[in-house]
Design a protein around this ligand. Structure first.
Ligand SMILES: [Zn+2]
Length: 200
C-alpha cells in the first residue's frame, strides 16, 4: 500500500505520462504543485483547460490557432501559393525565426514512422493534397527534418502530389543529417530555404 494519498499518486501518474518526464521528475513536479498556493495551482490548471478549449487547427494550414484561420494564412502580405510543409508547429517557429520566408505553411503533425505505428492517415497529408488539388499552390517546399522519417514523409508526399504538376522542392540542408529543423540556427535555415532544389 502506498504511503501517499491516492490523489497525489494520480498527479504523479499524470506528469509521468508527459513526454520526456520520468517517474522521479514526475514526483518532483507533483511535490512542487502541492507546495503552490491555491491561487497559483488554480491558474496552472486553468491554463491547461483554456489552452485545450481555445486552441484548434487552422482550417487552411492545420497549424495551432485560436481562430478558424491562423494569422499567417490570413496575412494578405504573404504569398499563399508557396506552401512550406513542416512536421510540426515547432518547424513553423524555426522558419519564422529566420524571417526569410514569405509564403505560408502546412503542418503535418508528425512524420510517417512504421516503427511507432504512425501512418500517412494519422497526418494532415490528405488536407495538403486537397490544397494542391484545388490549384491553390505554385510550389510545395518539403521542409520535414533531414532524418529517415522526415525523408520518408517527403518522398511519400512528393509522389502523391506529382500528378498535379506543382513545383516540389526540398530544403538544401546545411543541417546535419539526422538533425532537426528546430535546432538549426537562422543563417543555416536561410541558406536552406534559398538553396532549395527540385525534388521530383
Ligand atoms: Zn493557417
Amino acid at each position: 500500500m502506498s504511503v501517499l494519498p491516492s490523489s497525489f499518486e494520480t498527479l504523479i501518474d499524470k506528469f509521468a505520462a508527459l513526454p520526456g518526464v520520468g517517474r522521479k521528475s514526475a514526483q518532483r513536479l507533483a511535490f512542487f504543485v502541492i507546495s503552490m498556493t491555491d491561487e497559483t495551482a488554480q491558474s496552472f490548471a486553468d491554463a491547461i483547460t483554456d489552452a485545450k478549449r481555445t486552441i484548434r487547427e487552422c482550417a487552411v494550414c492545420c497549424n495551432l490557432s485560436e481562430d478558424e484561420v491562423c494569422p499567417v494564412c490570413s496575412n494578405t502580405r504573404r504569398n499563399p501559393r508557396i506552401v512550406c510543409v513542416v512536421s510540426d508547429p515547432k518547424g513553423v517557429l524555426a522558419i519564422e525565426r529566420a524571417r526569410e520566408f514569405g509564403g505560408v505553411y502546412h503542418v503535418l503533425h508528425g512524420t510517417i514512422s512504421p516503427l511507432s505505428g504512425v501512418t500517412p492517415d494519422d497526418l494532415r497529408i490528405r488536407e495538403l493534397v486537397a490544397r494542391v488539388a484545388d490549384g491553390g499552390c505554385d510550389e510545395v517546399i518539403l521542409a520535414t527534418n533531414p532524418d529517415t522519417e522526415g525523408e520518408t514523409t517527403a518522398r511519400y508526399i512528393a509522389r502523391l502530389i506529382e500528378p498535379f504538376g506543382v513545383r516540389t522542392t526540398r530544403l538544401a540542408y546545411g543541417i546535419p543529417v539526422g538533425s532537426s529543423l528546430e535546432f538549426a540556427d537562422d543563417a543555416t535555415l536561410t541558406r536552406a530555404l534559398e538553396g532549395r532544389s527540385e525534388y521530383n
